[in-house]
Design a protein around this ligand. Structure first.
Ligand SMILES: *[C@@H]1O[C@H](CO)[C@@H](O)[C@H](O)[C@H]1NC(C)=O
Ligand SMILES: *[C@@H]1O[C@H](CO)[C@@H](O)[C@H](O)[C@H]1NC(C)=O
Ligand SMILES: *[C@@H]1O[C@H](CO)[C@@H](O)[C@H](O)[C@H]1NC(C)=O
Ligand SMILES: *[C@@H]1O[C@H](CO)[C@@H](O)[C@H](O)[C@H]1NC(C)=O
Ligand SMILES: *[C@@H]1O[C@H](CO)[C@@H](O)[C@H](O)[C@H]1NC(C)=O
Ligand SMILES: *[C@@H]1O[C@H](CO)[C@@H](O)[C@H](O)[C@H]1NC(C)=O
Ligand SMILES: *[C@@H]1O[C@H](CO)[C@@H](O)[C@H](O)[C@H]1NC(C)=O
Ligand SMILES: *[C@@H]1O[C@H](CO)[C@@H](O)[C@H](O)[C@H]1NC(C)=O
Ligand SMILES: *[C@@H]1O[C@H](CO)[C@@H](O)[C@H](O)[C@H]1NC(C)=O
Ligand SMILES: *[C@@H]1O[C@H](CO)[C@@H](O)[C@H](O)[C@H]1NC(C)=O
Length: 880
C-alpha cells in the first residue's frame, strides 16, 4: 500500500522532517511532537527500512505489521502501533517479526517519538549499532530486541529514561562494552534479561541498586569475576540466571536474603569451594529450581539442600562433591528431578528417595554410592521415567519377577553387579533406553526381548552366550553387544532395520558370513563394528548398500578374498579397519577418492603387489591421518604420490592439541596399532593423532625427501622393508614426530644431525641398517640407548661403546654440511617450539588415560543424540 505514495509526498515529508531534525537534535528528549507529526516520524522510520518479501520466518506465520501503514489513515490503526486513547500520542511500537531489513541511525525519526513507552523489535533483520538515543527516550518502559543482528551498547552515563525503564530484554544480539555501572540508575527496572549477548567483563556491583528487579538473566555470556554480594539487595528477585559464564568464587551465599527467589541457575561456571552450610529451608522458602551443575564445587552436600520446601528441580552434576547424602524428610518435599551424576558422593542411597512420590528423574550415576539395592524399591514411583544408577559401587538386585516403575523410559544400570535380567523389561511398556552394560549377566539373551520396543540397548561387557536373532531389530537405533560370548551368525533381520544407526558386536564369538543386504532399503547404519569375532567368507560388496557408513570395522576376523570396489561409494566413510584378516588383494586404489576417510588400516593381511603411483585423482586420500599397511606383502617403491598428498598430515593447526576425538558424542572409533613398539588399542582416536605404518612389507628403493612435508606426523614406521639410500635430512622437518622406526632396512650413510632437532622424538629405532659415521649428539638424542642403533657396524660414538676416529668425525661433518642450507633456512625456531609446546606428551597421556577411564559413555551418547537438546533444555528449563 505504501508503494502508492507519490514521490512528491515523500519529498514534502522529507522537507518537513528535516526541519524537525534540526530542532530536536541533540536534545530530542524534551521536544514533543504533535500526534500528526508523530505519524510522519513513524512513516519516515518505516521508509528507512526495507521489507523482506520472502515468506515470513516467524513461527506464528505473521506477516509484516507495517504492510498497512499508509499516510491516508490514522497511524493509531497501523499494525503494531499503540496510541494513548485520549491524547492520540504514539505510546507503543510492536514490530516483532515484521521482516524489516536495515540499520537504525542516530538521526532516525524513531527517536523523535518521545511518548513511546514500549518498543519491540525482535526477529527482524536489523543490523549495525543500535544508537544510544533509544535509551534517551524519556518515557520508555520496555525495550525488547532479540534475534536481530544489532550491536547494542548500554549508555555509560546518561539514561534519558532512567526513571521509567522497567524491562530491558536483549537476547542473542551483541552487547558491546559490557554492563556499565550506570545500569544502577535504572531504579524502576524489574526485568533485566540479557542472555546470549556475548557480554564480557564483570557483573557491576551497581546491579545491587536495582531493588525493583524481579528477574535477572545474564546467562550464556562471557562474564568473569565474582558474583557481587550486592545481589543481596534485590529483595524482589524471583528468577536469577547466571549460567554458562565464567564466573568464579564461591556459591553466592547472599542468595539467602532473597526470600522470593524461585529459580536459581548457576550451572556451567567456575564456582568453587563448598556450598554454604548456614542456609536453612526458611532462607529460600519459594525456591523451586536450583541448578549448579558443571562447576568446581566441592565439600559435602549440606542438609538444607533437601530441606527446601518448594524445590522440585535440583541438579548438581559434574562437580566434586564428596561424602554421603543424608536421609531427608521426603514428605515435606515436592522434588521431581534430582541429578547428581559425576561427583564423588559415597555411602548408600538414602531411603528417603523411595518416598519422593512425584519423582520423574533420578540420576545418581558416576559417583561411589555403595550398598545393595532392589530395583523393586522404585516400582511404586509412578511418575519416574528416567532412572540412572550406572557407574557406582552399587549391587542392584534384579529378579525374574522384579517390577519396574510403570512409566520408566530410560533405565541406566551399567556396572551394578546384576546377574540376570530374564523378563523384567516385560513389565515396562515404555522402556526405550536400557543400559545393562558391564554387569555379570550369564546365559542367553531372553526370548521375550524381541517384543520390547527398545531404541537403545546396551548389553555390552557381560557373559551373554548364544545367538542374537531375538532382538527388536525393527526399533533399535543403537545396539551395543560388545565383549560377550555371543555366537551364531549375524541375523538377516539387520537387512530389515532402517532405523539402526550404531551396531557394535565387537569382541564376541560370532561366526558365519557378513549379511548381503539388498539395496532397496534406505539404511541408517553409520557404525558397524564387528571386530574380534570369527566371521568368515568374503566381504560382500553389498556392504556398500549401507550408504551412510562412517565407520566400518572388521578387524581380526577370518575374512578372505578381495576388498570390494563398491566401497568407493561409501562417501561418508571416515574409518575403515580391515586389519588382521586373510584378505588377499592388491592395494585398493579406488579408496583414494573418499574425501572423508581419515583412518585406513589394512594391516596383517595378505595384500601384495606394488602400490600404483599413478593415481586418478589430483588429491588422493585428502583427509587421511592414520594409515597402517604393516605386515603385508606389498612390494615396489614406497607410495610416494600418496605420501606427497596426505593433506590430513600436513596441517600445522592439527598440532595445537585440542581434545577432540573421532566419533565424539555417541560412538567411539577404535584402532589397534603398534605405537612406540607397544600394541595399543585406541578406543577413541584423537583427531590430532597422525601416523604412517608401512612396516613389515617388501618396499624397496629410497625414502622420498618430501616425507618432510607431513608436518603433523607423529609416528613413522618403515621398519622391516628393503629400503635403501640415505635417511633424508628433511625428516628433521617433522617437528612433532614422536616415534621413528627405520630398523631392518638397507639404509646407508650418516644419521642426519637434523634429527636431533625433533624435540618431541621419544622413540627412535635405526637398528640393522648400514648406517655409518658419528651418531649425532644433543637434545633428545641423549635419551636414546644402544638399542636404537644396533646392527649398524659402521656407526660410532655415544651411546655405542665404539669410539669414532678423526676420519669418521670429519666425514660426518662434510656430509652434514651439505644439508646445512636447508637446516638454517627452512627450520625456524618457531616451528621447533610450536611442536614442543603443543603438549604432545600430554596428548599421549590423555590417550592412555582415556583408555582406562570408563566415562559416562552411554549417557553421553544418549544425551548428545536422542535426548541431547531435550535433556539440556530440560536441565535449564525455566518455569514461567
Ligand atoms: C541519517 O544518517 C545516515 C548515516 O549517518 C545518513 O546516511 C542519512 O543520510 C541520514 N538521513 C537523514 C534524513 O539525514
Ligand atoms: C505430587 O504432585 C501432585 C500434583 O502436582 C501434588 O498435588 C502433590 O502434593 C505432590 N506430592 C508431593 C508429596 O509433593
Ligand atoms: C566416603 O568418602 C569419605 C571421603 O570423602 C570417607 O572419609 C568416608 O569413609 C567414605 N564413606 C564411605 C561409606 O565409603
Ligand atoms: C568407592 O567405594 C568403595 C567401597 O564402597 C571403595 O573400595 C573404593 O575405593 C571407592 N572408590 C573411590 C574412587 O573412592
Ligand atoms: C553357541 O554356543 C552354545 C553354547 O553356549 C552352543 O550350544 C551352540 O552350539 C553354539 N552355536 C554355534 C552356532 O556355534
Ligand atoms: C523382513 O521384513 C519382511 C516384511 O516386513 C518380513 O516378511 C521378513 O520376514 C523380514 N525378514 C527378516 C529376516 O526379519
Ligand atoms: C568360539 O566358537 C568356536 C566354534 O564356533 C569354538 O570352537 C570356540 O571355543 C569359541 N570360543 C569361545 C571363546 O567361546
Ligand atoms: C565397540 O566396542 C568396542 C569394544 O569395547 C569399543 O572399543 C569400540 O569403540 C566400540 N565401537 C564403536 C564404533 O563405538
Ligand atoms: C614398527 O613396526 C614393527 C613391525 O610391525 C614393530 O615390531 C615395531 O614395534 C614398530 N615400531 C614402533 C616404534 O612402533
Ligand atoms: C629396535 O628394533 C630391534 C629389532 O626389532 C629391537 O631389538 C630393539 O630393541 C629396538 N630398539 C628400540 C629402542 O626400540
Amino acid at each position: 500500500m505504501w508503494k502508492c505514495i507519490g514521490l512528491f509526498t515523500i519529498m514534502i515529508l522529507l522537507l518537513f522532517l528535516q526541519d524537525h531534525v534540526v530542532i530536536s537534535s541533540p536534545s530530542a528528549a524534551t521536544t514533543h511532537l504533535s500526534p500528526n507529526r508523530q505519524k510522519l516520524a513513524l512513516f519516515q522510520f518505516r521508509l528507512s527500512m526495507s521489507i523482506d518479501k520472502s515468506p515470513a520466518i516467524c513461527s506464528d506465520g505473521t506477516t509484516s505489521k507495517v504492510m498497512n501503514w499508509s499516510l491516508s489513515s490514522d497511524c493509531c490503526t497501523w499494525g503494531g502501533v499503540t496510541c494513548n486513547q485520549t491524547t492520540g500520542d504514539v505510546v507503543g511500537l510492536d514490530l516483532r517479526c515484521s521482516q524489516l531489513i536495515g540499520a537504525i541511525f542516530p538521526n532516525s525519526t524513531l527517536f523523535q517519538l518521545s511518548f513511546l513507552q514500549f518498543i519491540y523489535l525482535d526477529h527482524n533483520n536489523l543490523y549495525g549499532l543500535l544508537p544510544e538515543e533509544i535509551f534517551h527516550l524519556p518515557n520508555l518502559q520496555v525495550l525488547s530486541v532479540f534475534y536481530t543482528n544489532l550491536t547494542v551498547s548500554l549508555p555509560k552515563n546518561k539514561w534519558g529514561s532512567s526513571s521509567s525503564l522497567q524491562a530491558l530484554y536483549l537476547e542473542q544480539i551483541t552487547l558491546s562494552g559490557g554492563i556499565p555501572d550506570s545500569i544502577g540508575y535504572l531504579k524502576s527496572l524489574n526485568l533485566l534479561s540479557l542472555p546470549n549477548c556475548s557480554i564480557d567483563g564483570e557483573i557491576p556491583k551497581a546491579i545491587g541498586n536495582l531493588t525493583q528487579l524481579t528477574k535477572l538473566d545474564l546467562s550464556l555470556n562471557n562474564l568473569t569475576g565474582l558474583i557481587p554480594d550486592s545481589l543481596a539487595n534485590l529483595q524482589n528477585l524471583t528468577v536469577l540466571y547466571l549460567n554458562n559464564n565464567k564466573l568464579s568464587g564461591h556459591f553466592p551465599s547472599c542468595v539467602a536474603n532473597l526470600q522470593l527467589l524461585e529459580e536459581l541457575i548457576l550451572s556451567t561456571n567456575l564456582l568453587s569451594g563448598p556450598l554454604p552450610s548456614n542456609l536453612t529451608a526458611l532462607s529460600l522458602p519459594n525456591l523451586t529450581n536450583l541448578q549448579i551443575f558443571e562447576n568446581l564445587l566441592n565439600g559435602t552436600i549440606p542438609s538444607w539442600l533437601f530441606d527446601l520446601p518448594s524445590l522440585f528441580f535440583l541438579s548438581i552434576d559434574f562437580n566434586s562433591f564428596t561424602g554421603q547424602l543424608n536421609e531427608f524428610n521426603a514428605s515435606r518435599l515436592v522434588l521431581q528431578v534430582f541429578t547428581c551424576s559425576n561427583n564423588l558422593i559415597n555411602g548408600s542411597i538414602p531411603e528417603s528417595f523411595f518416598d519422593l512420590v512425584n519423582l520423574t528423574m533420578l540420576d545418581l550415576s558416576s559417583n561411589n554410592f555403595s550398598g545393595v539395592l532392589d530395583i523393586e524399591m522404585f516400582s511404586h514411583l509412578e511418575f519416574l521415567d528416567r532412572l540412572i544408577l550406572s557407574y557406582n559401587s552399587l549391587s542392584v538386585r534384579v529378579t525374574n519377577s522384579s517390577m519396574l516403575p510403570p512409566q520408566i523410559q530410560t533405565l541406566g544400570l551399567s556396572s551394578c553387579k546384576i546377574k540376570e535380567f530374564t523378563h523384567f523389561f516385560g513389565t515396562a511398556e515404555n522402556l526405550r533406553y536400557l543400559d545393562l552394560s558391564n554387569n555379570q549377566i550369564h546365559g542367553e539373551i531372553p526370548q521375550g526381548i524381541g517384543e520390547a520396543k527398545f531404541y537403545n540397548l546396551d548389553l555390552s561387557e557381560n557373559f551373554l552366550s548364544g545367538g542374537i536373532e531375538n532382538l527388536p531389530w525393527a526399533f533399535l537405533d543403537y545396539l551395543n553387544l560388545q565383549s560377550n560370548m555371543l555366537n551364531g551368525s549375524l541375523p538377516a533381520s539387520i537387512c530389515n532395520s532402517s532405523s539402526l544407526d550404531v551396531l557394535n558386536l565387537s569382541h564376541n564369538n560370532l561366526s558365519g558370513v557378513l549379511p548381503t543386504c539388498p539395496s532397496s532399503l534406505d539404511y541408517s547404519l553409520s557404525v558397524l563394528d564387528v571386530r574380534v569375532n570369527s566371521i568368515r567368507g568374503s566381504i560382500p560388496s553389498a556392504l556398500s548398500n549401507f550408504r551412510k557408513l562412517r565407520s566400518l570395522n572388521l578387524y581380526r576376523n577370518k575374512l578372505e578374498g578381495r576388498i570390494p570396489p563398491s566401497f568407493a561409494e561409501l562417501e561418508y566413510l571416515e574409518v575403515l579397519d580391515l586389519g588382521s584378516n586373510q584378505i588377499s588383494d592388491t592395494f585398493p586404489q579406488w579408496l583414494e577418492a573418499l574425501q572423508n576417510l581419515q583412518v585406513l588400516s589394512l594391516k596383517s593381511n595378505k595384500l601384495h603387489g606394488s602400490i600404483n603411483n599413478v593415481s586418478k585423482v589430483e588429491h588422493p586420500f585428502p583427509s587421511l591421518r592414520i594409515i597402517d599397511l604393516s605386515n603385508n606383502e606389498f612390494s615396489g617403491p614406497l607410495p610416494a604420490k600418496y605420501i606427497k598428498n596426505f593433506k590430513g598430515m600436513m596441517n600445522r593447526e592439527v598440532n595445537t592439541l585440542e581434545k577432540r576425538y573421532m566419533g565424539d558424542s555417541y560412538y567411539s572409533d577404535t584402532v589397534t596399532m603398534v605405537i612406540k613398539g607397544v600394541p595399543t588399542e585406541f578406543v577413541r582416536i584423537l583427531t590430532a593423532f597422525t601416523t604412517i605404518d608401512l612396516s613389515e612389507n617388501n618396499f624397496e628403493g629410497e625414502m622420498p625427501e618430501f616425507i618432510g612435508n607431513l608436518k603433523s606426523l607423529r609416528d613413522l614406521n618403515l621398519s622391516h622393508n628393503h629400503l635403501s639410500g640415505h635417511v633424508p635430512s628433511l625428516i628433521g622437518k617433522l617437528s612433532v614426530l614422536e616415534s621413528l622406526d627405520l630398523s631392518f632396512n638397507q639404509l646407508v650413510g650418516i644419521i642426519p644431525p637434523e634429527l636431533t632437532c625433533i624435540y618431541t622424538l621419544s622413540k627412535l629405532n635405526l637398528s640393522y641398517n648400514y648406517l655409518s659415521g658419528h651418531i649425532p649428539e644433543g637434545a633428545q638424542f641423549q635419551t636414546f640407548d644402544e638399542d636404537s642403533y644396533g646392527g649398524n657396524l659402521a656407526l660410532c660414538g655415544r651411546p655405542l661403546s665404539k669410539r669414532c676416529n678423526i676420519k669418521e668425525i670429519s666425514e660426518t661433518q662434510e656430509d652434514a654440511d651439505e644439508d646445512d642450507d636447508y637446516f638454517f633456512s627452512g627450520f625456524t625456531w618457531e616451528a621447533v617450539t610450536m611442536g614442543y609446546g603443543s603438549g604432545v606428551v600430554v596428548g599421549f597421556l590423555i590417550g592412555y588415560v582415556i583408555l582406562r577411564t570408563r566415562e559416562l559413555k552411554w549417557l553421553t551418547r544418549i544425551t548428545a543424540k536422542k535426548w541431547g537438546r531435550k535433556v539440556r533444555s530440560l536441565e535449564i528449563r525455566r518455569f514461567a
